[in-house]
Design a binder for this molecule. Sequence first.
Ligand code: CTP
Length: 478
Amino acid sequence: MASLTIRKLDEAVKVYLRLRSAGNGRSVEEEVRVILGELVQGRSELSGATPLSAVAHAEAAPSVSASSERSVTLIIGGGIAAFKSLELIRRLKERHIHIRCVLTKAAQQFVTPLSASALSHERVYTDLFNPESEFDAGHIRLARECDLIIVAPATADLMAKMAHGHADDLATAILLAANRPILLAPAMNPLMWNNAATRRNVLQLRRDGIHMIGPNAGEMAESNEAGIGRMSEAVEIAAAAVDILRPPRPRPLAGKRVLITAGPTHEAIDPVRYIANRSSGKQGFAIAAAAQAAGADVTLVSGPVDLRDPPGVTVIRVESARDMLHRVEAALPADIAIFAAAVADWRVANEGEQKLKKTSAGMPQLALVENPDILATISKLKENRPPLVIGFAAETEHLIDNAKAKIARKGCDWIVANDVSPATGVMGGDRNTVHLLTRDGEKINVDSTKVESWPVMTKEQVAAELVAKIAQTMEKNS
Ligand code: CTP
């Protein structure tokens, strides 16, 4: 069995081990033994409750570009997790982020200003009433002369003070005077995290626009308890910081109104029974989320599905095809309309007012009538027709030919055609193989249609690709 010489390890690994062992009150050798034991049992503290792959991903997270060095004020709160904040300094510096540290009084019980200063290569701030630093309102400068404020560990007490606007020491005065984004990495005992007062404070802080990462689940360092309360790993916090510091994503659909239908429709037979189909709504919801992320003002009219509202999207839930049409018409005007719903083609003409009963007269006969075609109705509007109308074609045979005929018949501009035969697993599944059919110019006929075939993708990727195409077209036409 090979023996391990700590001295010969990478400098970065040695620093990590030193910090971690100090925090856990063990020798470095003991710490290595614990880590190896946990790795064998698949629960390394390196990852805590976070899978190692997530840590690896965070490690690989791109840094903020060196050309625009960003600056962070790091407030270290008082808790055993403070030792991880020393590692956080190193992780942030690796990402070309300049750091100034503030240590609360309680933090100094766990780490020294000297170690924070040595790692950050900067003077460390501890006191609101220090004449030297407060000569020129130091707490205001620490709050404003940075791009982000990180609080790690954010203790229950510090969060309570923030939620109530206290400012009786340097850390809370900075936080109250801040006009920069704030990222909290909470760390506390699981009972404290679950306490009603902390829950209220967390909710308030989230409403105030404060970013939060963690806490993770795992064992507590100071007791034999386990639960949610461990501070996120330094690499996770650094990755979250880089995300916040990154310049905002482009919003190519800003100012555009996008209307989307999704999901199946339910057509009532009687008060308890209905006709439906297997649509999950996933593709329409993914498009709504992608359009929202691209800056659009999105209204999603959805049939009955088991999906959560995408954040920032106005979601209107409907049951039948006729409800869907009414709500779509009411949501106009729009710049782009995307009809991803699997609308039932027929409804029951003689819908029972009461539950149909079994009688000796035999089985009830269901008469069907055709539902309105929402896509065709909107495509053929004389007024208020959205400039770009996109339909879907769910086919089980002759995919391209049927989709070409559909684009001409319905009068829409594009069709996203997909094969929904059971073997493809598209209906209800997470992946989709689509073909984008676009027609050129005003003339609607089968021959003027272009076909672009996309590889198999997740429904989110299809959504992102479609939104990118839409943005490109809108830009070209503007
Ligand atoms: N669609 C609609 N209203 C309907 C039927 C379909 O808006 N009553 C829309 C769908 O949202 C989709 C497109 O029309 O964008 C094509 O739907 P699809 O089910 O593939 O075609 P159908 O029109 O139902 O034709 P068929 O069943 O004959 O293939």
